[in-house]
Design a binder for this molecule. Sequence first.
Ligand code: AMP
Length: 298
Amino acid sequence: MELIIVGTVALDDVKTPFGEVKAALGGSATYAAFAASHFAKPGIVSVVGEDFPKQHLDLLEKRGIDLKGLKKEGKTFRWGGFYEFDMNEAKTLRTELNSLENFTPKLPDAYKKAKYVFLANIDPSVQLAVLEQIENPSWVVTDTMNFWIENKKDDVLKVIKKTNTLVLNDGEARELFKTTNLVQAANKALKLGPSSVIIKKGEHGALLFTKDKHFNAPGYPLENIKDPTGCGDAFGGAFIGHVANTKVHDEWNLRKAVMYGSTLASFNAEDFSLERLKKIKKEDIEKRLAEFRQMREF
Ligand code: AMP
C-alpha cells in the first residue's frame, strides 16, 4: 500500500438548516479515503462495530479503498452534531467512542511499507501508534479537532512533531496555539517540526504556510450547501492523494494539492453524508479545478 489513512469510520446523526440524516455513513477516514481514491489507492486503518452496515463496506470497496486495516468489534463510533445558519462551525451534540475507546491499531504487513500517511482526525494516541509501525514514510499529513486538543493536547503535540504537513481549521489553530492571529499560529506550528501548515477557513478557503512562503486558496462560491460534515477530511484526503500520486513535495505542488483539497471539500458540502462524493468523476474534479484557476486571475 502506497497511501494509508487512519481515522474514524462512523455512523453520524447530522442536522443542518437544509435537512437531517440519522446513522449515516461518516467518519474522518471515510471522507478522506473517498476523496483520496480519485488520486491513489488508499487503505484505511480504523475500527467499526458488528452493527456497521455491510452496504457501507461494499461502497468503500467499490471505490477501490482497501479495508485490510479495518477491524470489526463491539459497537461503531457514533457522532451527532448540527449546524446553524453559519455552517462553518459544527456543534457537537454527542461523541460515542464505543469500539474506538480500546482500539489498538495493528497494521497489516503491506501497510507498514506505506510512503504516504494521512493521520486524519482520531485519538492522537492511535495516530502515534500507527506512525510507529510505518517503516519509512515519505510524507505525513496530520489533522485533529477541538475534542482531542481539549482532551489529549500533549499527544496532539507529539504527533505534530512527527508531521510534514499539519492541517487544522482556523478555530482549532487559535485554540491549540493560544493566539487569535492565524499567522502567529502557523509560525508556532512550523517551529514544532512540520515544514508546511494549512489552516482551513471553512467556505472561505484555506491558507498554506511554509517557512518563507504563503499561499491563499479561495473557497468555491457554492450556491447550495447542504451539509459541510466531512469537508475538512475530504480536503485532507484529496491533498495527500495528490501528493501521493505525484510524489513531489515542493511548495508549488503542495499549492496544487491544496486546490484539489478545496475542490473535493466543495463537492462534499453539496449533499449529506457521502452522497455527493459517491457520484463525482475525475472530469468533474478537473472542471472545478479549472474554474478555481480562472477565479484567481486578475
Ligand atoms: P469534519 O466535518 O471534516 O470535521 O469531520 C466530520 C466527521 O468527523 C464526522 O463524520 C464524524 O463522524 C467525525 N468525528 C466527529 N468527532 C470526531 C472525533 N472526536 N474524532 C474523530 N472523528 C470525529
